[in-house]
Write a protein of this length. Structure first.
Length: 590
């Protein structure tokens, strides 16, 4: 590589990363333009996020996150906060100056997920620069774009839910752990931790690990007290500030599923304890270790004593709802419970990154980067093992694997490129790139047709897509606004696209309504009618072969939905006309 290019890659890395981010963002917007134009919010959480933003911009209180168009008239509280609402609303207000309100909303949903992608790219590049080499950061961006498909999915246009922002916080956390400047690194870790907590608790295990690594760094080296001090202050005070600014009224109770007083107490106690440790900083390593262990034990014991209700499942749903719904969520299942075509691409990069992180940590064992590599290796090991518990750990595992993959590439590429044989220089380097980046996994599944989805799966997925299609749902607006009884997974999309209200969405605080929908479709027609009338529903909307509908048919033969699927008619259900080729069946309830 020419010396001038090396100097520019090193000197102007931040500007170049931002340019790369803008180019990537522009490509994604162009590539997904049809989805942006049609407001194709494919996930239920994305639809509910937009409804939350709409309600706030229409005058709903900052601390009132109750969704009144779900299970009306009372509505239901969701466990989210407004942290992620802010950039979406800001973009809507910006684009309203140049285009219609409807198009402004679509543009905001298309661009908002790309903002945390920029943060993640900068943090990832900074981490790789510190651990691997000053000019190795382009490989990190390239590997992320080519191989971390599950991670990238969280940053795609229209993916406006909070997962992209939490991944960005995780990337900043790792960059802070690797920062050679102690106070700055500690503050970054603390700030990223409290922002992530205010968004949601999904990254709580990683946040706890970051705190443990920061503390152990101080235990090993008393000179790290300024890092620990900065982390403790930003964690404690930042947590209090985020709670005061963003905790909804419903989250001021002692619940376990969000950043409530339960977790505020843990954060405040942790910050105070670590601040005291940093202030004392005894010279003897064994004393520092004993104090850190005592502080950790006190926090754990205090948590168990004061908040015993949170020692179990944080959602605190009923056993029936856990059995019929929450335990069956695909992303909550372990990796080995998924088909090979799904599991293999998810796990490939984390395994490669894990090997690379271990190699990198060993090679840097006597270098200043050793502590940073140790942090990355611990995080990568943890995230990879988490895949054996839930596949929702996949995006974090892929993101954390990038530094390790780059470390392997930096070892292999110079040797291959410097080989005396041209075939080795060309074919060897290409092969190494495909293998080290993990790109071969996706290519193998795609082009070798390994474990292809069954005809049944393709049919169900196609039907579900038709049920969610904007143009299809808009045809329901020919009927006056009503409360519609329909599938749980269709509820958020229905209220987003149409003027109708729904009964339930897949959110655990909406558990009673979810069970009512399940009972109605699973039990007798008379019981179904009673449940619908109790909820004030005047329309029944069915979408045959939607994924959720197949569950009611397979698990409850002879139940209300199974009978409807076989053509049963009831005097209290009046069929309503819909356009030709509509995927729906619509009835008036009397």
């Amino acid at each position: 590589m020419p010396a001038e290019l090396r100097r520019n890659l090193d000197r102007h890395w931040l500007a170049l990363v931002l340019v790369a981010w803008l180019a990537i963002a522009a490509w994604f917007v162009w590539d997904r333009w049809t989805g942006i134009r049609w407001l194709s919010l494919g996930d239920t959480d994305d639809n509910m996020r937009l409804m939350q933003v709409r309600a706030w911009m229409a005058g709903q209180g900052w601390y009132d996150l109750r969704q009144y168009r779900m299970n009306p008239p009372a509505g239901f509280d969701i466990h989210w906060s407004r942290v992620v609402d802010l950039p979406i609303a800001g973009l809507i207000l910006l684009f309203r100056q140049f285009t219609s309100a409807s198009m402004a909303e679509r543009l905001a949903c298309g661009i908002a997920p790309l903002l945390p992608l920029g943060i993640a790219l900068v943090a990832l590049a900074a981490t790789v620069r510190r651990l691997v080499g000053a000019i190795s950061w382009p490989l990190a961006l390239l590997f992320l774009m080519m191989s971390a498909a599950q991670t990238l999915a969280m940053f795609m246009p229209m993916r406006i839910d909070h997962h992209g922002w939490q991944l960005a916080c995780l990337a900043v956390t790792v960059a802070g752990l690797c920062d050679p400047r102690g106070p700055r690194g500690g503050a970054l870790v603390g700030l990223a931790s409290v922002v992530s907590l205010a968004i949601g608790l999904e990254m709580l295990p990683y946040i706890a690990m970051a705190g443990a690594i920061t503390t152990l760094r101080w235990v090993w080296d008393a000179g790290e007290e300024r890092r620990l001090d900065a982390y403790a202050v930003t964690l404690g005070l930042g947590g209090a500030a985020m709670f005061a600014a963003f905790a909804s009224s419903a989250n001021w109770t002692m619940r376990c599923d969000a950043f409530t007083p339960v977790w505020l107490a843990v954060v405040a106690a942790s910050g105070l304890a670590l601040y005291i440790l940093a202030f004392l900083s005894p010279r003897a390593l064994i004393v520092r270790l004993a104090l850190a262990a005592a502080a950790g034990a006190a926090i754990v014991v205090g948590f168990a004593a004061f908040f015993p209700q949170c020692l179990g499942r944080p959602e605190q749903v009923s056993p029936e709802l856990a059995r019929t719904w929450l335990n069956n969520v695909r992303e909550a299942k372990p990796l080995y419970a998924h088909p090979f075509r799904v599991a293999f691409p998810i796990a490939t990069l984390p395994v490669i990154g894990l090997v690379g992180a271990i190699v990198g940590a060993w090679r840097a064992r006597r270098a200043p980067a050793a502590v940073g590599w140790a942090a990355v290796a611990l995080f990568t090991i943890f995230a990879t093992l988490m895949l054996l518990w839930q596949t929702r750990a996949g995006p974090a595992a892929q993101l954390l694997a990038v530094p390790g993959a780059v470390a392997l590439a930096v070892i292999l590429f110079p040797w291959l490129l410097g080989h005396r044989l041209m075939p080795v220089r060309v074919l060897g380097t290409v092969t190494a790139f495909v293998l080290v980046s993990g790109a071969f996994a996706g290519l193998a599944v795609q082009y070798l047709h390994i474990d292809p989805p069954s005809a049944y799966t393709r049919r169900v997925n196609g039907a579900t897509g038709e049920c969610m299609r904007t143009s299809r749902l808009l045809t329901l607006n020919r009927y006056p606004a009503a409360t519609v009884f329909t599938f749980v997974d269709l509820g958020p999309r229905l209220i987003t696209v149409t003027h109708h209200d729904a009964i339930a969405g897949p959110y655990h605080r909406n558990g009673d309504a979810i069970l009512d929908v399940q009972h109605a479709f699973s039990r007798s027609p008379d019981q179904a009618r009673a449940i619908m009338k109790r909820h004030g529903a005047t329309l029944l909307l069915l979408c045959p072969n939607m994924a959720e509908s197949t569950i009611y048919r397979s698990r409850n033969p002879g139940g209300f939905y199974d009978r409807m699927a076989h053509g049963a008619k009831y005097p209290w259900l009046t069929p309503l006309p819909l356009p030709r080729k509509s995927p729906y069946r619509l009835y008036r309830i009397s």
